[in-house]
Design a protein around this ligand. Structure first.
Ligand code: UDX
Length: 436
């Protein structure tokens, strides 16, 4: 089957490469000529484990190609995916749909064959109706269906998530749409990945509800972690104790500095906007968004406390280990490290940082933060070390070496990577999250 993927960003590129790997003939389209040129030269615009290899092997097999021309790319395609960005609109938090609608318009102007147009971008309820209206206005002579097929890819694990999904959600209003989507995902269907067919509006809402629920789970355990610190509990044990209940589940109960990334912060705000538009408040999600925002700076204050409080902190030096919003990505969007660094700087602290992949993205977002070439270089001369992102490289630091290089053996572990007894036995002043 010939498939066109409009938008070669994170979602479009991963989805396009995986669909090509299933044996489909995929064209990835992007307006940015520089990006297409680099992709044709095998250079990925993002860091995602396994992506460069997957792209290279499918290009070599002749199943995957790149172009800047939407008209050429969609020619003969039975399925056209829209995978362009839907950033938060400045001012009101509503998803900015201008890119999605511009693509719909261009599809309407150029489509020469029957096709299913699939929104993969995260879009608010009702967007599919508008896409259908825009394309319908072109009065095309052949059959067109507009379908919703949200992505649930985690950065850093996106290829595995695409190829072995928990479920595939398809919101289609007619048999043509359902049939073509079944063909697109046939290779996964044979692996018995559950294919959930529903209405387009339900499908659009499923994406937001899923992300809001996961954000709620994280925020819940983060607040329980704070309570653990006050009452003398251990949040790791509490998370395990509740997570073993199948109705709750053990995943996404890891306490930390708050969620970040390209999805949870933006999608929770967009859901709140939809709820407001329809006069149907989702108060739990309102609280989640607020609590998470304040948490990031609170984590900065936790590091200030470890330095001996605001009076002692001024002029001291803190090493931040890990900057990206989570490991195995170079993505800095809404990363807690940004707010943590700012809080420290506001307290007069010098910040030096190291991240295995994210420093290039981080530098412009963190003015005044010195970037080191390695974890040990960052630690050298530091009055405290704050582990912000749990990259594997930080899981087994040589603590004797850390102690020798740092000015003071103070470790603030915001991801609960280390065992308190072991680190304290090495002579560190150790604080973590939710473990008194
Ligand atoms: C998320 C969803 O998981 C994915 O299905 C959706 O399509 C896009 O958004 P992603 O943003 O890549 O994916 O990251 P994820 O692994 O979900 O983590 C999001 C944030 O939550 C990170 O900042 C992470 O550190 C934090 N997190 C996650 C926790 O603090 N605790 C947890 O237990 C899990």
């Amino acid at each position: 089957m010939k498939i066109a993927m409009v938008g070669s960003g994170y979602v479009g590129l991963v989805s396009g490469a995986c669909l090509a790997d299933f044996g489909h003939d995929v064209v990835c389209i992007d307006k940015d000529p520089g990006k297409i040129e680099r992709l044709n030269a095998g250079i990925m615009p993002i860091y995602e484990p396994g992506l460069a290899e997957l792209v290279a092997s499918n290009v070599k097999a002749g199943r995957l190609s790149f172009t800047t021309s939407l008209a050429a790319g969609i020619d003969g395609a039975q399925a056209i995916f829209i995978a362009v960005g839907t950033p938060s609109r400045r001012g009101d938090g509503h998803a900015d749909l201008s890119y999605v609608y511009a693509v719909a318009q261009e599809i309407g102007e150029n489509l020469k064959n029957p096709a299913v147009v699939v929104t993969k971008s995260t879009v608010p309820v009702g967007t599919g109706d508008e896409v259908e209206r825009i394309i319908g206005a072109a009065n095309l002579p052949h059959q067109i269906a507009v379908v919703s097929n949200p992505e649930f890819l985690r950065e850093g694990a996106a290829i595995g998530d695409f190829k072995r999904p928990d479920r595939i959600v398809i919101g289609a209003e007619d048999e043509f749409g359902r049939h073509v989507m079944q063909e697109v995902y046939r290779p996964l269907f044979l692996n018995q990945a559950p294919l959930l067919f529903t209405s387009r509006r339900s499908s659009e809402l499923i994406k937001y509800a899923a992300n809001a629920f996961l954000a709620t789970k994280i925020t819940f355990i983060n607040e329980i972690a704070d309570l653990c610190e006050k009452v003398g509990g251990d949040v790791q044990d509490v998370a395990r104790g509740i997570g073993l209940d199948n109705r709750i589940g053990s995943k996404f109960l890891h306490a930390g500095p708050g969620y970040g990334g390209s999805c949870f912060p933006k999608d929770t705000l967009a859901l709140l906007k939809t709820a407001e538009d329809y006069d149907s408040p989702v108060r739990i999600v309102e609280a989640v968004a607020k609590v998470n925002e304040t948490r990031k700076r609170a984590m900065g204050r936790k590091v200030v406390e470890a330095l001996g409080g605001a009076d002692q902190a001024r002029g001291k030096r803190v090493a931040l280990l890990g900057l990206t919003f989570k490991p195995n990505t170079d993505d800095m969007r809404d990363a807690p490290a940004i707010a943590i660094a700012r809080t420290l700087q506001d307290a007069g602290v010098d910040v030096v940082a190291y991240d295995p992949e994210g420093m290039e993205m981080a530098a412009p977002l963190m003015p005044g933060v010195q970037m080191a070439q390695s974890a040990y270089e960052a630690i050298t001369g530091a009055d405290a070390i704050a582990l912000v992102t749990e990259w594997d490289a930080f899981r087994a630091l040589d603590l004797d070496r850390v102690k020798a290089l740092a000015r003071a053996p103070v470790l603030v572990d915001l991801r609960n990577v280390y065992r308190p007894d072991e680190v304290r036995a090495k002579g560190f002043a150790y604080t973590s999250v939710g473990r008194s």
